[in-house]
Design a protein around this ligand. Structure first.
Ligand SMILES: Nc1nc2c(ncn2[C@@H]2O[C@H](COP(=O)(O)OP(=O)(O)O)[C@@H](O)[C@H]2O)c(=O)[nH]1
Ligand SMILES: [Mg+2]
Length: 244
């Protein structure tokens, strides 16, 4: 299946070259689209240079930093316009190991509409997270699953593969969340559309270089949206369409 790996970057100059060099042998047939929000550290130029060397790598530069969800929406829209059958998302900081991609893609091949690389199923792990970080993520995921009646152990994971025909049924312009909530919202929308969601165990390695762009604000955004959707689904009982 024709596959596009979408990589969002903001100040990942220390990581992007290694990510691309590990991605290429892991999935030789896949193309790559980097969505860079004019990183001041020159990530885009570096990515272009490595892309020219390795081939099959495009860089889309956006003028201002607009957030992770917005970067993915732009990448997925472009990927669908170009006719890819599978759209992959992963972080560009080496937290997600490109070597895990073939197992995610195999699950799409076997019929999944969305494959989530999961830290919270047997075989999944986060070797170096302190207990408070683990607990926030684990409990946030439990809360989302309960509120949204979502049978996904790790709906905040950003390591995924989508079948394009499913992505095409999602109204991306209506997707509201931008941080961790973006991942939850996308899984929620796929589930509401009756899509088949499969989880595949991954090891999530904390970034070694550069800094995280996520903040408490994106956690609050996710909690607020999940609570609103959960309450709305119980009180209003709207018919299943793709709107959230
Ligand atoms: N294009 C773009 N990429 C972003 C933005 N915010 C984060 N990213 C990228 O999204 C990925 C995940 O972000 P990161 O800061 O590592 O989040 P964390 O792993 O949850 O701490 C990384 O590849 C970032 O470079 C943004 O506003 N625009
Ligand atoms: Mg990260």
């Amino acid at each position: 299946m024709r596959t596009l790996v979408v990589l969002p970057t903001y100040n990942e100059a220390e990581n992007i070259s290694t990510v691309l060099r590990r991605l290429r042998p892991a999935v030789p047939a896949a193309d790559v689209l980097i969505i860079d929000d004019s990183s001041p550290d020159g990530t885009a130029d570096l990515a272009k240079a490595v892309g020219d060397e390795l081939g099959g790598i495009d860089v889309l530069v956006r003028p201002v930093k607009e957030g992770l969800g917005s970067a993915y929406r732009a990448g997925f829209t472009e990927g669908m316009a170009r006719g890819y059958e599978v759209l992959v998302e992963m972080d560009s900081d080496l937290s997600h190991d490109p070597a895990a991609l073939p197992s995610l893609l195999a699950a799409v091949d076997e019929g999944a509409d969305l494959v989530v690389g999961s830290r919270y199923i047997p075989g999944g792990s986060i070797p170096n997270w302190p207990w408070h970080r683990r607990s926030l993520s684990r409990n946030g995921n439990r809360y989302a699953a309960l509120m949204l009646r979502l049978d996904v152990a790790d709906s905040t994971s950003g390591f995924r593969a989508y079948r394009s025909t499913m992505m095409a049924r999602i109204d991306l312009t209506g997707v509201r969340a931008n941080g961790y909530g973006f991942q939850i919202e996308m899984a929620y929308r796929v589930a509401r559309l009756g899509g088949r969601i499969v989880e595949c165990p991954i090891e999530f390695v904390d970034r070694q270089l550069g800094v995280s762009k996520m903040s408490m604000r994106v956690v609050v955004e996710a909690l607020g949206l999940v609570t609103w959707w959960g309450v709305r689904d119980r009180v209003v009982r709207r018919p299943v369409t793709d709107s959230a």
